[in-house]
Design a protein around this ligand. Structure first.
Ligand code: NDP
Length: 322
């Protein structure tokens, strides 16, 4: 009998999926490809995972032993507010199809992806893994949040009824190569990179919304990828684990903008529009559980991670999601 590990990565063309592919192909140490592992990175063109039949066809084709489940309808605040039912239904369907087909195909392990924005709106900080279901999510993204929370519920049910090892991870804000740089609907880092790039190109001012003071935890996609690979190979709990830099590595929006300005070589007018809202000052998540497992994990310095992301953006402007 073959002992080959076949790892199927749903959402393999996205920000996180492409980072996992990069680490598997380029890391010569602990996190790179191991003998006897075959990695398959899916895009939506391989099958629409909202469809049960398409999901079955993909599992029948590749017969995975392991699944990294990233595929999701993902978007910024604007899209989340406008399409709540799509975020709820598409993600419920995708998650149920992937998890149940993994059950039917006797997949040994599934690692799915939640997000810190699915936590309760009213909570204490720092947030930790035990608090996911402690109250309603923020009204702006309840569709996405409830669909994601149910992954954790399903994982527990698959374990209790069938003994399956289906688990999940909870990343904070991810950025890196292959990000979505769309100006209307991107996250803060790719949005500012694109805005600053256009300011430089057009000789216009670079204006950042808000005071620049709020603090956020950002994780570089390639660091997240290394941690994902570790979870797949070594983390045995069903309960989720937060994958994030620690509280001391929170950076302000001003730090983010300064670093982008530096790496894009922008020397034009640069200011903060303090009439625009800031959002919450801090929403710290605890990475204590991660550090209890991997106390020596080295995160890429923020400056280096931004430099690599900006370089990728400049080199791939034509094919990036803008
Ligand atoms: P991207 O938007 O970059 O990628 C989404 C991926 O999902 C793409 O590969 C896309 O395929 C695929 N996909 C979307 N819909 C379908 C579908 N119906 N059928 C099959 N495939 C589909 O997302 P990220 O890489 O940023 O996110 C990956 C995971 O991480 C998601 O589960 C997300 O919720 C989570 N996450 C992301 C964070 C972030 O800051 N980005 C933060 C926390 C969690 P295609 O390219 O073909 O469209």
């Amino acid at each position: 009998m073959s002992t080959e590990k076949v790892v199927l990565v749903t959402g393999g063309s996205g920000l996180v999926g492409q980072a996992i592919k990069w680490v598997i192909e380029n890391d010569n140490g602990r996190f790179g490809r191991k003998d006897g592992e075959r990695w398959i990175f899916l895009t939506s063109k391989d099958g629409d995972l909202r469809s049960r039949e398409a999901t079955h066809a993909v599992f029948e084709k590749y017969k995975p032993t392991h699944v990294v489940h990233l595929a999701a309808l993902v978007g910024g605040l604007f899209k989340n507010m406008k399409y709540k039912l799509d975020f709820l239904r598409d993600n419920l369907l995708i998650n149920d199809n992937v998890l149940h087909t993994a059950h039917e195909y006797k997949v040994e392990k599934v690692v799915s992806c939640l997000s810190t924005c699915v936590f309760p709106d009213k909570t204490t900080y720092p947030i930790d893994e035990t608090m996911i279901h402690n109250g309603p999510p923020h009204p702006s993204n309840f569709g996405y949040a409830y669909a994601k929370r149910l992954i954790d519920t399903q994982n527990k049910a698959y374990f209790e009824q069938f003994g399956h090892r289906f688990t999940s991870v909870i990343p904070t804000n991810v950025f890196g190569p292959h990000d979505n740089y769309d100006l209307q609907d991107s996250h803060v880092i790719p949005g500012l990179v694109h805005k600053c790039y256009l300011a430089k190109k057009n000789g216009t001012p670079f204006v950042v919304a808000g005071t620049g003071k709020p603090l956020r935890q950002f994780i570089y996609s390639r660091d997240l990828a290394r941690l994902f690979i570790w979870v797949l190979r070594e983390y045995d709990e069903i309960d989720p684990i937060i994958l994030s830099v620690g509280e001391k590595d929170e950076v302000s929006i001003k730090d983010v903008a300064d670093t982008i300005v530096k790496h894009l070589g922008f020397d034009g007018s640069y200011s903060f529009d303090t009439t625009k809202p800031d959002g919450q000052f801090k929403k710290t998540a605890s990475n204590a559980k991660l550090l209890s497992y991997l106390p020596d994990f080295e995160f890429t310095p923020f400056d280096v991670a931004i430099q690599e992301s900006v370089k990728w953006f400049l080199e791939n402007y034509d094919k990036a999601r803008t």
